[in-house]
Design a protein around this ligand. Sequence first.
Ligand code: SAM
Length: 374
Amino acid sequence: MVRPTARALRAEIDLRCGRSLPFTLLVIDGSFVPTAGQLNARGAAQQTLHQLAADSTAGRFGRKVFVRGVVEVSNFCRENCSYCGMRRDHRALTRFRAKEESLTRMLLDERPASITDLNIQAGEDPVVVRDVVLPLIRTLRRETNLGISVCLGTLAPALYRELHEAGASFYIIKFEIADANLYRQMAAPGTLEERLGAIEHLAATGWNVSSGFIAGLPGQDDTSALANLELARRLPLAGCSVSPFIPGDETPLNGAPTADIELTLNCMASLRLMKPDWIIPAVSALNLAEPGAGYHRGLRAGANLVTINLTPAGIRDDYLLYKRERFIMTEERILGALAAEGLAPSRQSLADFLGPKPAVAAQGNTRPLERSTV
Ligand code: SAM
């Protein structure tokens, strides 16, 4: 198969600006660098961008999409991100930690047959990591073949090690915002330097790491949007997500506009063209950025991972990222969306696909900045 260079791909996209011609499947060489033109593409140019991304995904993964479950186990959070409803200063929020026994029972006996992996997610809460997450991972490792991902924030190196030894292999830690000034203004977790240090450290100590960023935050311009893609490209990742900014009702940004779905999808497509091998999720917030269509369009713009929400109904409304009314991605909705797009659930787990990752000798720059509290 002919492998066009990044320059040829760019020429292909440029050539098709303003036209709607059919085109052949292109496989890119991984050195594609997106431009502001691609971020802002509309009409035929945008269709071409998304089609190239979909073709690249199909060329690498066929019609198979990874299906994971997620359980949100705590909404306690020591961070204070301006965009997030679980921020520390949101004193009116009822805080919860899930009960390990009932979660374990549900996951062993009642989980959907379609999931091959489980993601355990929480606010940044070291207490829940020790009391709930670690025992849960040990049980799942013993009793199931599920691949285990965690998304638990910036923790101490010893806790990362315990999680890995317990049987988790995929760490999801978004860098959130590549623009250091905007990162500070948004009070994103700790410091950007610390967050990037954690990503480098995790990748160097045996984890497959997925990161991510928020598209369309107030104050983000083309330069900072492109900086997100450029930072993602340089990090040692197995995957990356793009979440559209959704103004949270109970956050300081409640009056800000929702991210433009077109920008969000163009970022997803650009990521896919940059990294044909990556795991790129269709995030549930696509449903909020463009109700009825955003999620499906994400599946057509390079996504190859979907997530079924398994958080018990009694607690999930307080896992407040944006709005209290959540559009819960049930197994039925997820399988329906895949079928509608001509896609099918992968039977291979993410963990199996990515395989074990050898730890490399710790380098000076792989040590995360230490947190004082854990
Ligand atoms: N505490 C963990 C961490 O720091 O990685 C877990 C994830 S945190 C609870 C929730 C994630 O949701 C953040 O990483 C952020 O990217 C996303 N998020 C929160 N508020 C958001 C908003 N208003 N719009 C879009 N994404 C948002």
